[in-house]
Design a protein around this ligand. Sequence first.
Ligand SMILES: Cc1cc2nc3c(=O)[nH]c(=O)nc-3n(C[C@H](O)[C@H](O)[C@H](O)COP(=O)(O)OP(=O)(O)OC[C@H]3O[C@@H](n4cnc5c(N)ncnc54)[C@H](O)[C@@H]3O)c2cc1C
Length: 205
Amino acid sequence: MLPNLMEVEMAGDDAKKPVSEIRRRDRAQDEGWIRAFLQAGAWGTLATVSEGQPFINTNLYVYDEAAHAIYLHGARIGRTRSNIEAGGPACFNVSEMGRILPDDVALEFSVEYAGVTVFGLCTVVDDDDEAYRGLQMLMEKYAPQLQPDRDYRPASREDLDRTSVYRIDIEAWSGKMNEKDAGFPGAYWYEHHRTPSPFSSGGKE
Ligand SMILES: Cc1cc2nc3c(=O)[nH]c(=O)nc-3n(C[C@H](O)[C@H](O)[C@H](O)COP(=O)(O)OP(=O)(O)OC[C@H]3O[C@@H](n4cnc5c(N)ncnc54)[C@H](O)[C@@H]3O)c2cc1C
């Protein structure tokens, strides 16, 4: 059973704050921004816990604004599914990195970023109609240029036996962003300096 998130106490100096309270309030974003960010985000990281051991799983996702929920899908078996089946709270984050913000002093270097963290209960979607709808929402998000039945065969009832569909019921969330003016002195994209991509295509195609 998910504890009342507003009553969860955080360890350390921030004890007794709500889980989604942002320390740097100047960077906190409102609900409209959070919704738009979740609609557009490319992928997220789901945190689950099993017997005190945290796990993370990176996934594509879709935000269903009407249901105030996030849908994900994954393998029929595996650590993620077994953790979710065992119940317990989950946490999901979507983030993006902007430019590196240099300074004369190493400690003052910074980075532009934007992110949303969601707290809620994550469950396996057992209802076939809902699972099918979640999968189709994922297709519409990630392949908007392709049409079901014309460009691909949509998921069938039988396909549902080969995948797990998960739903996170959003109980609390936070949005945070650090962005500087376009003319911030010396700001640059790490992408232009990083070591080669692990993908042979270089991730550019
Ligand atoms: C951007 C991105 C999007 C993805 N989207 C999806 C998606 O939509 N659906 C989907 O099923 N999978 C997706 N994946 C793969 C996903 O991260 C997992 O590998 C997969 O879901 C299997 O998880 P599991 O818990 O069942 O694996 P298990 O093999 O049961 O996990 C056991 C252990 O394997 C290791 N492990 C598992 N996955 C990873 C990983 N990605 N990287 C490093 N170690 C790992 C961890 O140590 C984990 O505790 C995505 C990965 C990335 C990077």
